[in-house]
Design a protein around this ligand. Structure first.
Ligand code: GTP
Ligand code: MG
Length: 199
């Protein structure tokens, strides 16, 4: 898919504030600092479209971006940021769960996991939560430029094995790097396929 335009639409603090449209929507979620905003900038080819930071906890709201005047990308705040207060984490959980479970336009959730790490309990819990709720999801490994490919493939296999303990069918998986653009064509092709199936 060619990206012709990508623009910021709105930041919302709750589901009821999200844009009232019928456009298909793709959400990006994962641990704080995993690279959600960077991946969105890499996919759209617009530097600085989604705000990134070396400090975890940068994205705090539900951010909608319009791509090709056709579909939405949604940048979500990260989970598992240990330094945020318990009340903040609880508010996060409520906002995100409400959005994920009730947003009708949501057609796929990309769960980002750091390719440098072995499967993290918090990621497995989140993936299992989505699976248990029958949410359409894909797994996106980020930062593949930062580790040897041997380590990356090992971590992919470990996650597969962990998910196979609970699920018969594995979600699609993508290997990406916001640094090198790895996985861009695959992800955009995947989104294009889903968009086509909807029209
Ligand atoms: P929050 O909004 O705080 O939850 O973080 P986020 O998941 O949006 O992460 P963000 O995109 O802000 O990136 C966090 C840090 O990781 C930044 O310093 C990025 O430059 C870096 N980063 C993200 N993706 C990559 C990647 O593919 N390769 C490398 N080398 N660095 C990356
Ligand atoms: Mg972010």
């Amino acid at each position: 898919m060619e990206i012709k335009s990508a623009t910021f639409i709105v930041s919302s603090s709750k589901l009821s504030q999200c844009p009232d449209t019928t456009r298909p929507e793709y959400a990006f979620i994962g641990r704080s600092n995993v690279g959600k905003s960077s991946l969105i900038n890499m996919l759209t080819g617009v530097k600085g479209l989604a705000k990134t930071s070396g400090q975890p906890g940068k994205t705090q709201l539900i951010n909608h971006f319009l791509v090709n005047k056709e579909w939405h990308i949604v940048d979500l705040p990260g989970y598992g940021y240990a330094r945020s207060a318990k009340t903040t984490r609880e508010a996060w959980r409520k906002m995100i769960n409400d959005y994920l479970l009730h947003r009708e336009q949501l057609v796929n959730i990309f769960v980002l996991v750091d390719s440098r790490l072995k499967p993290q309990p918090i990621d497995l819990d989140f993936i299992n939560f989505l699976g248990a709720n029958g949410m359409p999801m894909s797994i996106v490994f980020t930062k593949t430029d930062k580790e040897s490919q041997r380590v990356v493939s090992g971590n992919v296999e470990l996650l597969r094995a962990a998910l196979m303990e609970s699920w018969e069918e594995l979600p699609p998986m993508f290997l990406t790097s916001a640094q090198t653009g790895r996985g861009r064509d695959e992800l955009l092709g995947y989104i294009e396929q889903i968009n086509k199936s909807l029209s």
